[in-house]
Design a protein around this ligand. Structure first.
Ligand SMILES: NC(=O)c1ccc[n+]([C@@H]2O[C@H](COP(=O)([O-])OP(=O)(O)OC[C@H]3O[C@@H](n4cnc5c(N)ncnc54)[C@H](OP(=O)(O)O)[C@@H]3O)[C@@H](O)[C@H]2O)c1
Length: 292
C-alpha cells in the first residue's frame, strides 16, 4: 500500500484521510498542520498516522497531499521542495479548485509528479463530509503518472472524476463560489431586505424556507430557465425599475447586486423565449436606471 503524508489537515485533509485509511487506499503516515495540537486532533479523527509539529519530522512518502488553505499552498510547496524530502516520482497534489497544479512547479523541479484534485463539495465539518462524500464530483488535472494513482484513490472513496483545463480553474471555481458561497450571501441579502421592511430575521428565514427549497428543487428538476419566476420572467420592466430604485436608495451595494443578478435573469428568460427581444431590451434599460 502506498504511504501518504498530509500537510494541512483541516476539514478536507481530515475527511479524506479518514476515508482513505478506512478504505485501505493509503497508509496514512505523517500529518503536519500549523500546531502539533491540531495535528494530533487530525490524527485522532483520521484514526491513523502520526502527528508532527514540523516538516523536518516528516518521513519520506509515496504521496503528499497539500490541504492547507489556498494561500499557504505555494509557501508549503516551496518549503517542501527545499527540504530534500522529495525523491523522484513522489506524487504531490493539492485540492484547491481555484489554483492549478502548476502552483506546485518547484516540487516538479525536485523530481515530483504534481497534480490537483478538487472536490465540488462544501466540507462544513469533516464528520458530515465523510458521510456525504460518496458521489462527489471532483475535477482533476496534472501529470498523467500522478493521476494514475490519484484517480483510483479518489474513486475508491466514491468520487466521480472529470478533467479540467488548468488555466480555466479560477473561472471554474467561481461556478462553485456562485452556487454555494454566494447562495448563502444571496439569502443574507434577502434577510436584510426583509429586515429593512420590518420583518425579523427569524420570521424571514421561516417564511423564505419553503420558497427557497422549492426553487432549488425546480432548478435541478426542470432547469434554471423553468425555475425562474417573478417580474423579470414576466417582462415587467416598470416593477423592476421601481424595485431597483427602492433597493438602491436603501443600500447602494444591494442595488448593484440587484442590477447584476437581474441582467443574468434577463438573459436567461430571453434565451428560453419567456420574454421577447423587445421586453428584454426594456428590462435592460430598467436595470441600467441610476447606474453610475
Ligand atoms: N472546505 C471546503 O469546502 C473545500 C472544498 C473543496 C476544496 N477545498 C480546498 O481544500 C483545502 C483545505 O481547505 P479546508 O477547508 O480543509 O481548510 P481548513 O479547514 O482551514 O484547514 C487548513 C489546514 O491547513 C493547516 N495549515 C495552514 N497553513 C499551514 C501551513 N503553512 N503548514 C501546514 N499546515 C497549514 C491548518 O492548520 P491548523 O489546523 O493548525 O490551523 C489546517 O489544518 C484548500 O485548498 C481548499 O481550497 C476546500
Amino acid at each position: 500500500m502506498k504511504t501518504l503524508n498530509i500537510i494541512g489537515s483541516g476539514r478536507v485533509g481530515r475527511a479524506c484521510g479518514r476515508m482513505w485509511a478506512r478504505a485501505g487506499v493509503f497508509e496514512i503516515q505523517d500529518v503536519l498542520t500549523r500546531s502539533r495540537a491540531s495535528a494530533g486532533e487530525a490524527v485522532k479523527f483520521i484514526g491513523a498516522g502520526r502527528a508532527v509539529g514540523h516538516l523536518d519530522e516528516m518521513r519520506g512518502a509515496d504521496v503528499w497531499m497539500i490541504a492547507t488553505r489556498d494561500d499557504a499552498i505555494v509557501p508549503s510547496c516551496r518549503t517542501l521542495a527545499g527540504s530534500g524530502k522529495i525523491t523522484p516520482d513522489d506524487i504531490v497534489f493539492h485540492v484547491s479548485g481555484a489554483t492549478p497544479s502548476s502552483d506546485l512547479q518547484p516540487l516538479k523541479e525536485s523530481g515530483a509528479l504534481i497534480a490537483s484534485v478538487h472536490p465540488i463539495k462544501t466540507f462544513t465539518d469533516p464528520e458530515t463530509a465523510v458521510q456525504t462524500f460518496p458521489g462527489t464530483f471532483c475535477s482533476v488535472e496534472g501529470d498523467a503518472e500522478a493521476l494514475k494513482v490519484l484517480k483510483p484513490a479518489f474513486e475508491k472513496i466514491g468520487a466521480k472524476l472529470f478533467d479540467i483545463i488548468p488555466e480555466l480553474k479560477p473561472v471554474y471555481h467561481a461556478g462553485g463560489v456562485f452556487s454555494c458561497n454566494y447562495l448563502v450571501a444571496l439569502i443574507e441579502a434577502a434577510l436584510r431586505a426583509h429586515e429593512k421592511a420590518g420583518i425579523p430575521r427569524a420570521a424571514s428565514l421561516e417564511a423564505l424556507e419553503p420558497m427557497v427549497r422549492e426553487t432549488v428543487d425546480a432548478i435541478f428538476d426542470r432547469g434554471p430557465a423553468k425555475a425562474l419566476t417573478g417580474p423579470i420572467s414576466r417582462g415587467d420592466a416598470a416593477t423592476v425599475k421601481r424595485q431597483l430604485a427602492a433597493v438602491s436608495s436603501w443600500d447602494a451595494e444591494m442595488g448593484a447586486l440587484y442590477r447584476g443578478l437581474g441582467l443574468v435573469a434577463v438573459a436567461l428568460a430571453e434565451a428560453d423565449q419567456r420574454i421577447d427581444a423587445q421586453r428584454a431590451a426594456l428590462l435592460r434599460v430598467a436595470l441600467s436606471h441610476g447606474e453610475a
